[in-house]
Design a binder for this molecule. Sequence first.
Ligand code: H79
Length: 420
Amino acid sequence: LGTTKAQPFKESKEEKEKRMQWFQDAKLGIFIHWGIYSVRGVTESWSFYNNYLSYDEYMSQLDGFTAKSYNPAEWAKLIKESGAKYTVITSKHHDGVALWDTQASDLNTIKKTPASRDLLTPFTKAVRKEGLKLGIYYSLLDWSNTDYPYATRNSTRYQIKEDSARWQRFLDFDNRQLAELNKQFKPDLYWFDGDWDFSPETWKAKELSTMLRTFNPKVILNSRIQGYGDYATPEQGVPIRRPDSQWWELCMTMNDSWGYAPTDTNYKTANMLLRTFVDCISNGGNLLLDIGPKEDGTIPQEQVDILKEFGRWTKKHADAIYGTRAGIPEGHVMGYTTLNKNQDILYVFLPYKPNGPISVKGLKNKVNRAWVVGNGALLETKVVGKAYWSSVPGILYFDVPESVQDSQITVVALLLEGKI
Ligand code: H79
């Protein structure tokens, strides 16, 4: 899921860095899984793939999808308020139900629901109005389209070699939908999923990515296009390690479900999610935090509350978050770290209540100033154990009084003499 390969598109390292800059600086994105699965609160697409529901039972949810309280301006405002700089919305999940008025198929579009209108357009407009970057999730596979070899709807399996015309019809279908998305929304980012059944050659991933990059040379693609993307896309459930890509993003749910699932009350706390967020940015990555709105278009209160707490915390600690780079390796300090772009401010995130002095080991640079981020309180530092005859740095100590601590994660900035 996580590897990136050389681009067919000609681009220097500097050009790619420039193209990826907004993404690397953004740190937080909000993922939205919205589809007819919210009607019964079942697992998106997989609930018929796994035969939990029959295909027809699953699709009967079309009749219950009303979007009657859908307020895209409010969604965009809430996303902005959370401190996210971009959002990624499901335009079509594996079930094949499109949230926009696609002309590529008359099957399973949102026009067949009581909502009966294109739901994507007003959201994309609201997102741009808030100054956020727009990402579109698109499932390359489609379990409703009978030209897909492993479709679960009245489909016979076939060998692509033997029926290449049928496979080509499917690729043309994807291409038509992507051309529509390009033209109607010109997204800043495509978030592909469902590429796992076939090789890059079979998907024609090189041609597909070239088509998208030709349309919009600035577009960013996640890695799930069989290696032709720009950044690694680790997902929860798969063991997470720091990807070797310079650009990466962890996608994660607040409970254990991507879409709306009222029976799933296994929510992480805002504190747990903030720790994961800090873990990501201290390793140079982003967090794409998921919400699952209800069929009527309202966002569950638990999710609103978490987004608001993210908003409070990210606003206060903006300096230590946006535009920063990965911090120093673990072992130097009990906590997470980031560095500013100039590499002369070290931000130390303390995911616990400090109840004694904090120590930083092995810091070569002198610390010229230390303060609590978002509060401004200056902290006294001292270095212990530095022998005048040795080049081994001493241990830096500082206290963080309770009165200046944050209720979630306290952040201390250390202004260094020279770059780290
Ligand atoms: O949209 C959410 C999930 O529905 C979707 N991605 C997130 C963002 C997702 N797709 N796949 N998975 C989650 C798990 C994939 C499991 C797989 Fe497999 C294991 C794919 C390939 C091996 C299942 C088993 C399908 C083929 C074999």
